[in-house]
Design a protein around this ligand. Structure first.
Ligand code: IPM
Ligand code: MG
Length: 358
């Protein structure tokens, strides 16, 4: 299995290193063989090649079986023109791989209930849902225009039936092996793209997914419901930008954005992309403080979705669960009132205890 590895910027190299350590431990235990190829993307690629995603990098990713990514970006590249920013590399890669379905779980670990910022009675009901975010369409990939005088700008949001159907299919099928409930989030009271979205999703439910409970929710209400009663959600289906915003909100109520992995899936014959949902955290880069769990769980998702290695994926997830239950913490999930100071770990030590638990 050939894995393209994008370490990226900021804490990216640290967290990816630890995820690779974990993959190597899983490889040993389950007798697997992973080949890694380093690929440049983001600020480091701008520094080295003058652009955030050189064609060579795209080729290397396309030639792999899966792509594992840390994080890209940082203040160093803030003055780059918009088309040459590190984030552009990521958007270009998603587009090149055609990974239209972004799966972002929002699950609260039992051991981290105290880190949940919601009221105890709300947290007690638990949080376990998945955001299925459309990833290669919408306003992210529509026209972005600024006139010469820079006093007028336009960003265009488009959606086609094909784009809506394939992402809705992912959501319905995800719900089918969970609690059979899809909440489709849109802004159909204002946006035309949302109106056809709602229509198409409803038709699919009636035609092919009558076993799934479907409801529609406006995005402003969804943002409120996620903090009011997150236990009501099973699968949230939504377009690109709403999904970007709601998945950050969802991650934060589970305790820390540092814990959440994501998988970006596309056609069967192309490599898929796995990454933590957090950014490159330049403020703590190089200090061995980052939480590697999001990236480690992204590697587990890679084993599950791209390589169908369910047992190895579960072994990693169970190890993470166990060490959190045992009280091990990184700074972002450490709570002085509840946690043991002697169990506060850096990035590499955290990966070490997870590896030992596999
Ligand atoms: C994410 C990030 C990206 C996005 C940025 C870095 C372009 O916020 O993966 O959620 O907006 O999709
Ligand atoms: Mg985001």
């Amino acid at each position: 299995m050939d894995i393209a590895v994008i370490r990226g910027d900021g804490i990216g190299p640290e967290i990816v290193n630890e995820a690779l350590n974990i993959l190597n431990i899983a490889a040993k235990k389950f007798n697997l063989n992973f080949n890694y190829k380093d690929v440049y993307m983001g600020g480091c690629a701008i520094d080295k090649f003058g652009e955030p995603l050189p064609d060579e990098s795209v080729k290397a990713c396309l030639a792999s079986d899966a792509v594992l990514l840390g994080a890209v970006g940082g203040p160093k590249w803030d003055s780059q023109p918009p088309e040459n920013r590190p984030e552009k590399g990521l958007l270009k890669l998603r587009n090149a791989l055609g990974v239209y379905a972004n799966i972002r779980p929002a699950r609260m670990f039992n051991a981290l209930k105290a880190a949940c910022p919601l009221r105890d009675d709300i947290a007690a009901k638990g949080i376990d849902f998945i955001v299925v975010r459309e990833l290669t369409g919408g306003i992210y990939f529509g026209e972005h225009f600024i006139n010469e005088a820079k006093d007028f700008a336009r960003d265009v949001m488009t959606y086609s039936e094909l784009e809506i159907k394939r992402i809705a299919k992912t959501a319905f099928e995800t719900a089918r092996i969970r609690n059979k409930k899809v909440t489709s989030v849109d802004k159909a009271n204002v946006l035309a793209s949302s109106r056809i979205w709602r229509q198409i999703v409803s038709e699919m439910r009636d035609k092919d997914y009558s076993d799934i409970e479907l409801n529609h929710m406006y995005v402003d209400n969804a943002a409120m419901q996620i903090v009011k009663d997150p236990s009501q959600f099973d699968v949230i289906l939504t377009e690109n930008m709403f999904g970007d915003i709601l998945s950050d909100e969802a991650s934060q109520i589970t305790g820390s954005i540092g814990l959440i992995p994501s998988a970006s899936l596309g056609a069967d014959n192309t490599p898929w992309l796995y990454e933590p949902i957090h950014g490159s955290a330049p403020d703590i880069a190089g200090q061995d403080k980052a939480n590697p769990i999001g990236t480690i769980l992204a590697a587990a998702m890679m084993l599950r979705y791209s390589f169908k290695l369910e047992e190895a994926a579960c072994a990693i997830e169970q190890a993470v669960n166990k060490i959190l239950n045992d009280g091990w913490r990184t700074g972002d999930i450490f709570d002085a009132a509840h946690d043991d100071k002697d169990k506060l770990l850096g990035c590499s030590q955290m990966a070490k205890v997870i590896g030992d638990a596999i």
